[in-house]
Design a protein around this ligand. Structure first.
Ligand code: FAD
Length: 485
């Protein structure tokens, strides 16, 4: 979530790495096939079509080999083969990269999705989490103990990619980013070495892993600190007609000023989805929703929420005590696998009138039943960690806006992309940075912005990259070039 007052530059197309011709009939491949414990998948193998797909249906790439790893030995073997062969390396956790970095043309996909083991120690309040775990699987393992890791808002997102870029969600203001609760990571380096990075061992590498992690190695296991959450939270949406957006948003801005850390909110403008939780007459109606999650004493939460719930004439109020697990899954049906997604994002220091007017204008132009724009509230515990304490940046931002152009099928997707780009450009005067996990392929300037545009920080990351991945093996990501490259 890099912060800068400079307007973000126009997107620059990123050169796509050219596929190399990978030989699958030579001794090196046969050696890999002998030692690899998972089942390697090549083009033409039965599972290939399914296994090459990732969450974003707009991405259509054909790797030479998919290596579904069963543990760190498989990761080492697949990586060694890729490096020796010169094949591009894509690393896959949950497969939710917006721009599709977890699959490539002509290279190898190191697929960690089967490495899902989660071990919870409720006494020590820690969780060891395999790199293939999804957010919902982590929550399901920790919530029986009334504990959780702050993570994201869609349960089928991968813990790995989300954490390595920062991790914002419903617990951010109370417990910070996902990386703020990270105690250590086990990883395989570009040189095939197994390393543990934490505060007491390889602290500089650990610093970089907390925000720019995919650049330095392949994580096989995360260790998180756990925090008390729920299992019941006071949470849910309050909906108003989209025409009321200017008044609702101005009220919202005042209401959240000085809100306790127990409260995290996300505001969404979209057409109301055909959810069984909503009355049929609302389905498809353009709305603005303030969705709250209160992690604390319910009575205090009721008091804090009351003014928002009583503002204007809401169409519906679904804010109530509910299991944290249910609240976490609320957005799942809005982001299924295989639809076409195009996102652009920006940070905001504050909600200026001008920015709210742009939002109201583009809310009125939403064509797709699925498109919309979540506005995440930040601050609280996120902002109490120093800008230089982790690679994750933009600690002082007030909000993160994510403009989502979505279509179930290809028809109309170009129009959605146009709406996203135009809206994002209209937000330029108010933009204050970007979150690395919400970037598409937008070029070097935008990646710099994600690390706060502080030369010192970027230099530190580039030095770390030169130490751990001088050949830039891990380049299919929001790439930090090695110092001296
Ligand atoms: P993948 O596509 O598997 O991985 C993405 C990238 O991460 C890879 O290209 C690689 O560079 C790196 N990577 C993955 N696994 C490893 C590993 N084990 N070792 C090293 N590098 C690795 N973000 C938030 O912060 N909060 C949210 O609420 C949120 N909601 C989202 C909802 C949806 C529906 C989607 C699609 C994304 C959301 N995101 C959110 C963004 C999300 O954090 C990123 O897309 C993230 O990269 C997804 O991680 P993944 O493991 O699923 O993705």
């Amino acid at each position: 979530m890099g912060a800068s007052t400079a307007p973000a530059p126009a997107p620059v197309p990123v050169p796509v790495p050219q596929p190399v011709r990978v030989r699958l009939d030579d001794p090196a491949y046969h050696e890999l096939a002998r030692s690899f414990r998972g089942s390697l998948v090549r083009a033409g193998d039965a599972p290939y079509e399914e296994r090459r797909r990732i969450w974003n249906g707009a991405i259509d790439r054909h790797p030479a080999l998919i290596a579904p790893c069963t543990g760190s030995a498989d990761v080492v073997a697949a990586l060694k083969w890729a490096v020796e062969t010169g094949a591009p390396v894509a690393v896959r956790g949950g497969g939710h990269s917006f721009p599709g970095h977890s699959v490539c043309d002509g290279g190898v996909v190191i697929d960690l999705s089967a490495m899902k083991e989660i071990r919870v120690d409720p006494e020590a309040r820690t969780a060891h989490v395999g790199a293939g775990a999804l957010l919902g699987e982590l929550d399901a393992a920790t919530q029986p103990f009334g504990l959780a890791v702050p993570s994201g808002i869609v349960t089928h997102t991968g813990v790995a990619g989300l954490t390595l870029g920062g991790g914002i969600g419903w617990l951010s203001r109370k417990y910070g980013l996902s990386v703020d609760q990270l105690l250590s990571v086990d990883l395989v380096t570009a040189g095939g070495e197994r390393v543990t990075a934490g505060a007491g061992h390889e602290p500089e590498l650990f610093w970089g892993m907390r925000g720019a992690g995919g650049n330095f190695g392949i994580v096989t296991e995360f260790t998180f600190r756990l925090n008390p959450v729920g299992p019941t939270v006071l949470a849910g949406p309050v909906l108003w007609p989209v025409e009321d957006s200017p008044q609702v948003m101005r009220f919202y801005r005042d209401w959240i000023a000085g809100a306790p850390d127990e409260l995290t909110t996300i505001v969404i403008h979209r057409k109301a989805p055909p959810s069984p939780a909503l009355p049929p007459e609302l389905h498809g109606r353009p709305v603005v929703m303030v969705i709250a999650c209160w992690v604390g004493e319910p009575e205090a939460g009721e008091e804090v929420m009351r003014p928002m719930r009583e503002f204007g004439r809401p169409l519906l109020d679904l804010c109530r005590p509910k299991p944290y697990l249910a609240h976490q899954a609320m957005f799942d049906p809005s982001f299924p696998h295989g639809w076409r997604y195009y996102f652009r994002s920006c940070g905001l220091d504050r909600l200026d009138d001008g920015a709210l007017d742009v939002m109201a204008r583009y809310a009125g132009r939403i064509a797709s039943p699925q498109s919309g724009f979540p506005l995440f509230q930040l601050g609280g515990a996120v902002a109490r960690v120093g800008e230089d304490d982790t690679a994750a940046s933009g600690r002082s931002l007030g909000h993160m806006l994510n403009i989502n152009g979505i279509r179930e099928a290809p028809e109309g997707f170009d129009e959605e992309r146009g709406w996203v780009r135009e809206f994002w450009s209209a937000m330029q005067p108010y933009q204050a940075g970007v979150y690395v996990n919400f970037l598409m392929d937008e070029g070097e300037q935008r990646i710099r912005l994600a690390y706060g545009s502080r030369e010192r920080k970027l230099e530190r990351l580039r030095a770390l990259k030169a130490e751990w991945d001088p050949g830039n093996v891990f380049r299919l990501n929001q790439n930090i070039p090695p110092a001296g490259a």
